[in-house]
Design a protein around this ligand. Structure first.
Ligand code: FDA
Length: 501
């Protein structure tokens, strides 16, 4: 079992946590990582660790009776989803009224399920959202460090131009160019050299085998293979999977007491026990960390927490949409599940958009071009405590999503006009063309410099730190994990230097 008293505890094992655990371990601090999801290293009966998107089984989804894929339908038919037994699967979709949030569950957090797009934010926008962070240090030291540690690589451009797997991206690029729009290659933590072998038929297919949001059996440099492997390698870090932190309390002597629930993969409770530590690092993600803290504040277990905890949450302006292509404009039935190109119109003064050209990994020609647009939506949600369910909940209304739609529509109306194409209305369960009832990029809730000091120390609660996406005020303008990683590198350096004498 997990130790019951440790010098440092890290909650969760996503980007912020993985960085923190490694740097604590390197500094010789005995550290326990508590992760509610599974360690994904055991093959199932089919010989694979993860199930694919075309035939998802219980491994796909965190304790639901049916899968909840983002593309709910095709020609209005619910082809993507399956009934499944409840299980500690790898992808969760957490519902809060008008907004639901996709989250990775397991050792590695979001890195297990994400599209691996590893993008450094535009410097002027970064300086705008986090004005108190030294941008020279970020761009000179911490972004490069994060990229190196994460194993970020670039697609071979000659191969990109002639391969089958990115025909869909080249088509979208052509359509964007006709509208006078520029595209940019997107670096990745998926191994592009491996992908080339997949296309050549010399390695088992993963990104080219419709594996993305339910995990990749090959090719993906997820955190369990990078930061977390290195953390365990220090000999100081223990990772406890299927251990959920339910409650955080601070005793008068400054010791944190965590209530931890250990389950088996079917969900049966094995034990509930207490872990004590003087140093607590929260990396449970924007939703997880904010929920723990708002509940702790409202139930009185963490005296001193301020009103900024629970504020400043955003969707990174996420909105998904599809365009219907002409019959002669095929996207190809073989599509790399990891995007490698985006339409970059962030410089637009009215409607800045960075739109990833997303695959439709259906294994057949769909004549659909899909996009996940990141927009600059100024709306922010906040968390409140619901005593009836004893749970902190996100407050976000459908109307708050409208600016994201307006921005995406401004861009893709241009693309459609230039190409004589229209939107797809059959992809999201009803007839809507723009889907923004979910986000892949939850950010904020414990914003740097507001709920915490400028290095993630929670205001009013000495010994408590936030390390994850909840530090970022609702938006980064690009896919967020490189920003989360680099910020965690920066913060933990300061904390180790000044708080661990
Ligand atoms: P993260 O969510 O990664 O980790 C939190 C961990 O804490 C999870 O493992 C969770 O199980 C655990 N946890 C939560 N509560 C807990 C508790 N009470 N006790 C114990 N453990 C707890 N980003 C990007 O940059 N490029 C991309 O291509 C994509 N694509 C993408 C696709 C999909 C489908 C998703 C869902 C997300 C993306 N993202 C992405 C987003 C990216 O994955 C996300 O921003 C980061 O994973 C967030 O990192 P954090 O460190 O904040 O937490």
């Amino acid at each position: 079992g997990a130790p019951r008293r440790v010098p440092a505890v890290v909650v969760g094992s996503g980007y912020g946590s993985a960085v923190t655990a490694l740097r604590l371990g390197e500094a010789g601090v005995e550290t326990l990582v508590l992760e509610m999801g599974q360690l994904w290293n055991q093959p199932g009966p089919d010989g694979k660790v993860f199930s694919g998107m075309l035939n998802p089984d219980r491994r796909s989804t965190w304790f639901k009776d049916r899968t909840e894929a983002p593309l709910a339908s095709f020609l209005w038919l619910d082809l993507a989803n399956r009934d499944i037994p409840r299980y500690a699967g790898v992808l969760d979709r957490v519902h809060f009224g008008d907004m639901s949030v996709y989250l990775g569950r397991g050792v590695g957090g979001g890195s297990l399920v994400n599209g691996a797009m590893a993008v450094v934010p535009k410097r002027d926008y970064f300086e705008e959202i986090l004005p108190n962070v030294d941008a020279d240090a970020m761009y000179g030291t911490y972004f490069p460090r994060a990229r190196a540690m994460l194993g970020v690589n670039e697609v071979d451009q000659a191969w990109f131009e002639e391969c089958d797997s990115y025909q869909y991206a080249r088509l979208s690029r052509r359509h964007a160019q006709r509208a006078g729009l520029g595209t940019a290659f997107v670096p990745s933590t998926y191994d592009f050299a491996y992908m080339q072998q997949e296309e050549a038929g010399t390695a088992p297919r993963s990104a080219l085998g419709s594996e993305v949001i339910y995990g990749n059996n090959h090719g993906k440099r997820s955190l369990d293979k990078s930061y977390l492997a290195a953390a365990v390698g220090t000999g100081k870090v223990t990772i406890a999977p299927l251990h959920e932190v339910r409650e955080v309390e601070r005793r008068a002597d400054g010791t944190f007491v965590l209530t931890v629930r250990r389950i088996d993969p079917e969900g049966a409770e094995l034990e509930v026990f207490a872990v004590e530590t003087p140093r607590l690092f929260l990396g449970a993600g924007s939703v997880g960390t904010t929920q723990l803290l708002v509940r702790a504040r409202e139930t009185g277990t963490l005296p001193g927490l301020g009103e900024a905890v629970g504020q400043g949450w955003g969707t990174n302006g996420n909105v998904m949409l599809g365009r219907a292509n002409h019959l002669w404009d095929t996207t190809g039935s073989l599509q790399a599940g990891m995007p490698a190109l985006g339409i970059d119109n962030w410089a637009d003064p009215v409607h800045p958009v960075f739109a990833e050209i997303a695959p439709v990994p259906a294994g057949i020609e769909t004549w659909a071009s899909l996009y996940l647009a990141i927009t600059r939506n100024p709306e922010r949600g906040h968390f409140t405590y619901d005593a009836a369910t004893d749970r902190a909940v996100l407050n976000w209304t459908a109307a708050q999503g409208q600016p994201s739609i307006d921005a995406a529509k401004a861009l893709f109306d241009r693309v459609n006009d230039a190409n004589g194409t229209i939107y797809r209305h059959d992809l999201f369960g009803d007839t809507r063309a723009f889907e923004n009832r979910f986000t892949y990029h939850p950010l904020g809730g414990c914003v740097l410099g507001a709920a915490t000091d400028d290095h993630g120390r929670v205001k009013g609660v000495p010994g408590l730190y936030v390390t994850d996406g909840s530090l970022i005020p609702g938006s980064t303008g690009v896919n967020p994990f490189v920003t989360i990683t680099a910020l965690a590198e920066r913060n933990v350096e300061d904390v180790l230097a000044r708080d661990f004498g």
